[in-house]
Design a protein around this ligand. Sequence first.
Ligand SMILES: *Cc1c(COP(=O)(O)O)cnc(C)c1O
Ligand SMILES: [Zn+2]
Length: 366
Amino acid sequence: MQLICDSCGRKWAMKRENWRCSCGEPLRWDSLMPFDPSAIEVSNWSLWRYKGMLKLPENAVPSSLGEGMTPLIPTPEKKSWFKLEFLNPTGSFKDRGASVLVTGMKAWEISEVAEDSSGNAGVALSAYAKAAGIRCLIFVPKDASEGKISAMKKFGAEIIFCSNRQEAAERVMDAVSSGIYYASHTWHPLYLQGTKTVAYELAEQMDWELDSNWSVFIPVGNGDLLLGIYLGFCELVASKIIKSQPKLVGVQALACAPIYAAIYNLTLPMSKTIAEGVAVVKPPRIKQIIAAIRETKGDVVAVSESAILNAVDEMAGLGLWVEPTGVTTWAAWKQLGKPPKSILLLTGAGWKTLAPSLSVERVEGN
Ligand SMILES: *Cc1c(COP(=O)(O)O)cnc(C)c1O
Ligand SMILES: [Zn+2]
């Protein structure tokens, strides 16, 4: 048995029907894959170079669009790094999870899937499903970014508009009970097999010199990215490839910060934020997220709307066009006084968000 429920202790095998526990709680990977540097397929410039270290259904054939192996570039101050996750094929790290999940679904011969998403997860799934010949339904809050909706449409997904994120999460379950497979970025265990490769890449890109002196800044909504990175680092530590776990610093928008509120024991109102990718009021894996942050002696930082907007401009000033959710790590790092030995994940591309406050004024003659 490879999956465990922290809530009731039941264990489950990795099979197509086991995407959550029978008690309703999310599952967690119970056993770690050993990490073997000599098993890296060094000529493969995608996350599939680590295929031997991924848990996959038998006879899985990668559904790949070249995701992963994103660049690591120095911050202007040189002592820290940006990881350019917005350079993935559809413009966000969600491509990592989508690639591995679609690979699994192909092996399980699934032909029709549904997902609820505020944007990037839906875009990534639409693209990978299209390329793999799988029919795809996405439940989207009606105020999701225009750019993300048009990308999903172009990739051939059927869009079902819902009044908000919560309603999308509820309505997708109706589709799932009628027999469509739930390709959830938040619930499906295979997704984390994709996002864990961020940890592998960071270690490889830093010549395996990562340890607890380093902090990795990660925007957190549902925690698929943070928990994947945590899993990857656990495997690297257990295999004695790196000495200790880097600190995981979760970043939230202050306007919607349930993890920040839980860790600091605060009661905070939950409202709208421009960082739509982390606008998650009730992350199903919140207990796992808090445990991962605490275990690595990390932290959680909440940033204001104006700090996020400034960060978009400051990143653009460095030539990096990153969406508001994706620059929250820069805002958080600044807020903490730019500590050295930090790695900031820039998670989503700017071209998909068309918020009016970010639009460019058109001046006649230009
Ligand atoms: C989804 C998303 C996040 C948050 O990821 P979670 O795995 O939900 O915590 C961060 N940044 C961007 C750009 C996203 O699309
Ligand atoms: Zn359970």
